[in-house]
Design a protein around this ligand. Structure first.
Ligand code: ADP
Ligand code: FDM
Ligand code: MG
Length: 212
């Protein structure tokens, strides 16, 4: 592979931490610097599965909790072939939420354990870097009120955050916690620096498998 593979870089964090802003900004900056980079987000609401998820999140339809968990995972699996192709062509993928959101949100529900939640995503392309954008609930609230989507309420988000902390304890994954209270530009510069370092480090390394 001339030039090596692209890096798989995931942004995670609580609602309004700046994941979507920073992932867009990072892709723009990488492209402007001459790298090949693409933006992905999960859920990817444009596919048939994604439309079902979108309707569930908008509260337009009900789905059983296990079933919707598997749909979120299936929505990632349906993109795996194209993700691997791009990575192997040397394109870096910046992903706005991934399996960690999947596990954190479902395991915040009653009667779901972390292990069951992780299983459907085991074997997905393993991120080379996971940036956790950390922001207090108070600072997040200052960025605007919750919208009307499912899961957008304080008590549930608190449980989600606890689940994220469990996942971040896994040392086989390259988590980096970023202070998301910084300005958009300052945070962007930090993110771009760690992203470019990771891209350099992994270009000749094989892509891993998540949770395997
Ligand atoms: P997320 O995708 O994590 O929910 P967004 O990127 O959509 O978050 O940002 C949520 C809101 O906060 C948007 O209105 C965005 O413009 C604003 N925002 C994002 N990052 C910052 C920041 N570093 N400082 C202040 N406001 C921000
Ligand atoms: N979400 C996201 C899940 O519950 N499971 C998942 O696997 C993923 C990727 O969907 F509430 C939740 C998290 C959030 C919602 O919102 C997606 P955004 O604003 O599109 O990120
Ligand atoms: Mg977002």
């Amino acid at each position: 592979m001339a030039g090596g593979r692209g890096a798989l870089i995931v942004l995670e964090g609580m609602d309004r931490a700046g994941k979507s802003t920073q992932s867009r900004r990072l892709v723009q900056a990488l492209q402007a610097a001459g790298h090949r980079a693409d933006l992905l987000r999960f859920p990817e609401r444009t596919t048939e599965i994604g439309q079902l998820i979108g309707a569930y999140l908008a509260r337009e339809r009900e789905l059983e909790d296990h079933a919707v968990h598997l749909l979120f995972s299936a929505n990632r699996w349906e993109h795996v072939t194209s993700m691997k192709e791009k990575l192997h062509q040397g394109i870096t993928l910046v992903v706005d939420r991934y399996a960690f959101s999947g596990v954190a949100f479902t395991s915040a529900k009653e009667n779901f354990c972390l292990e069951w939640c992780k299983q459907p995503d085991a074997g997905l392309p393993k991120p080379d870097l996971i940036l956790f954008l950390q922001l207090s609930p108070e600072e997040a609230a200052a960025r605007g009120n919750f919208g009307r989507e499912r899961y957008e309420n304080g008590p549930f988000q608190k449980k989600v955050l606890q689940s994220f902390h469990h996942l971040m304890n896994e040392k086989t994954l390259n988590w980096k916690t970023m202070d998301a209270s910084k300005s958009i530009e300052d945070l962007h510069r930090e993110i771009k620096t760690v992203a470019e370092k990771t891209m350099q480090e992994v270009k000749d390394k094989p892509l891993g498998e998540l949770w395997k």
